[in-house]
Design a protein around this ligand. Structure first.
Ligand code: FES
Ligand code: FE2
Length: 463
């Protein structure tokens, strides 16, 4: 479609000023239906973690917006199938299991399918006309899937650009950090009374730390103020009013708060290493000395974890060569918060215009051969549960409240900072690109721009 035609396509509540997001996009029924029809069937969705299907025959179900897909590990790698018996459409599999010996058996009339989706049994074949049972036609319908960064991603659109093309060079950066070897050590889920995009956007900037996570701000105010509170926005970690030891102490306190507040965002094992190196003599200018200290901590984390048999990359080398950002987004519904050896991961699925399923994982590396059994199901909590780590508790306290505020009279659009809330604008305008029929390769190019865009600027997306 030509650019001029794309502009003529009617998209409800389309963004016309990149710094303003119309509020109805977060609750209007028609807008939601447009997303269900025009966005979700064409995007790469994080369907499961790879460690959940370690053995041949292992399978797990992924559900979103009333569609169900079975992900199976076969002798020829991971495959995905639309989850419906080829006879009269019963869901073949629910939950997770292993189909190596039995295959999938339909609970209605007992038709069977093997792990490759081939029909292996029809009870009373003679009862059907021949063309109803043509080979191939009664095999399970494959769904497109790709394995990447320790997960299986699926897409209902056979013509969409590949996952790698869609996400772009971020995948290489994540791979350089051995993200594919991380495993979930815990997994929480909650139903959040908020639109799925609103929930994503609460993690697209650090501007909210000062008020939403005051404990983090109190520990390293200089850092946050330098990024958000003063003109220029140059990141500065060193408090000039403190000596080096006091600066190190406040960095350790910050790590401690991240660790207690969000596990994977600073793993206890990394925090322990930082504490071992609390008292070190580093001469010279405190700013340089603090950087040197971080370098020492990263080197020691790398050394100790490798000694344990974990596949940790050289954290200093990875940081110098190809740093990952505080948060990395994989359009449309998965994101990672890398911190030293480990990371937190979030996945969000819509349940309606004003409700979403919000999942939270803590990912880390385990010594090879000593991995714990995979976490197969999330622990489901109420969104205001005190069992959530402190940081998501604080985020969840604002998101539903924001959803309510969006309905207030006279509030027609959100106003974004062009400098640090650009990711929200870029992300929302890519959604408009999908809704208005922008060509898939252009959409992929624009989606590439979301990498490293945390706290970033508004981009020209090329449509
Ligand atoms: S619906 Fe599955 S065997 Fe009939
Ligand atoms: Fe937050």
């Amino acid at each position: 479609m030509a650019d001029a035609d794309i502009k003529r396509v009617t998209v409800p509540f389309r963004i016309t000023d990149p710094e303003r997001i119309p509020t109805k996009r977060y609750y209007d029924e028609e807008f939601y239906q447009t997303e269900v029809e025009k966005l979700w069937p064409h995007v790469w969705q994080m369907a499961c973690r790879l460690e959940q299907i370690p053995e041949v025959g292992d399978w797990i179900e992924y559900k979103n917006l009333g569609k169900s897909v079975i992900i199976v590990r076969t002798n020829d790698g991971v495959k995905a199938f639309h989850n419906a018996c080829r006879h009269r459409g019963v869901l073949l599999a629910e939950g997770h299991g292993n189909c190596k010996t039995q295959g999938f058996i339909c609970p209605f009339h007992g038709w069977r399918f093997n792990m490759d989706g081939e029909n292996t049994f029809v009870y009373g074949k003679h009862l059907f006309t021949e063309h109803q049972l043509e080979t191939g036609d009664i095999n399970l319908v494959p769904c497109r899937s790709e394995v990447s960064i320790g997960c299986v991603f699926i897409n209902f659109d056979d013509d969409a650009p590949s996952f790698r093309e869609t996400i772009g060079p971020l995948i290489d950066r994540l791979e350089a950090h051995n993200v594919g070897d991380l495993r979930a050590e815990w997994w929480f889920a909650t139903v959040l009374p908020a639109n799925w995009k609103l929930s994503m956007e609460a993690f697209m900037e650090g501007y909210h730390v000062m008020r939403t996570h005051p404990q983090l701000h109190a520990a390293t105010g200089v850092l946050y103020n330098s990024m958000y509170g003063t003109e220029g926005g140059e990141m500065n970690m060193v408090d000039p009013n403190l000596n080096l030891q006091q600066n190190i102490d406040s960095q350790i306190e910050h790590m401690e708060l991240l660790s207690a507040g969000m596990a994977g965002m600073c793993h206890a094992k990394d925090l322990a290493v930082a504490k071992q190196l609390r008292h070190v003599e580093i001469p010279g200018d405190p700013a340089q000395a603090l950087l040197t200290w971080f370098g020492m901590v990263n080197a020691e984390i790398t050394r100790q974890s490798r000694e344990r048999g974990e596949k940790t990359p050289d954290l200093n080398e990875a940081f110098m060569k190809d740093p990952v950002n505080a948060v990395e987004f994989l359009f449309p519904h998965y994101f990672l918060l890398p911190f030293m050896s480990s990371m937190a991961a979030y996945r969000i699925r819509p349940l309606g215009p004003e409700s979403c399923l919000f999942e939270l994982y803590s990912l880390t590396l385990f010594p090879e051969g000593k991995e714990p059994p995979p976490v197969m199901e999330p622990k489901i909590l109420a969104y205001d549960s005190k069992e959530f780590p402190q940081i998501p508790q604080q985020d969840y306290s604002n998101i539903p409240r924001q959803q309510l505020g969006l309905h207030a009279g006279g509030f027609e659009f959100m106003r974004l900072s062009k400098d640090i809330e650009g990711l929200i604008s870029n992300y929302q305008r890519i959604i408009d690109g999908h809704l208005s029929g922008v060509a898939p390769d252009k959409l992929a190019k624009a989606t590439n721009l979301l990498a490293g865009n945390f706290d970033g600027e508004i981009h020209d997306l090329g449509f």
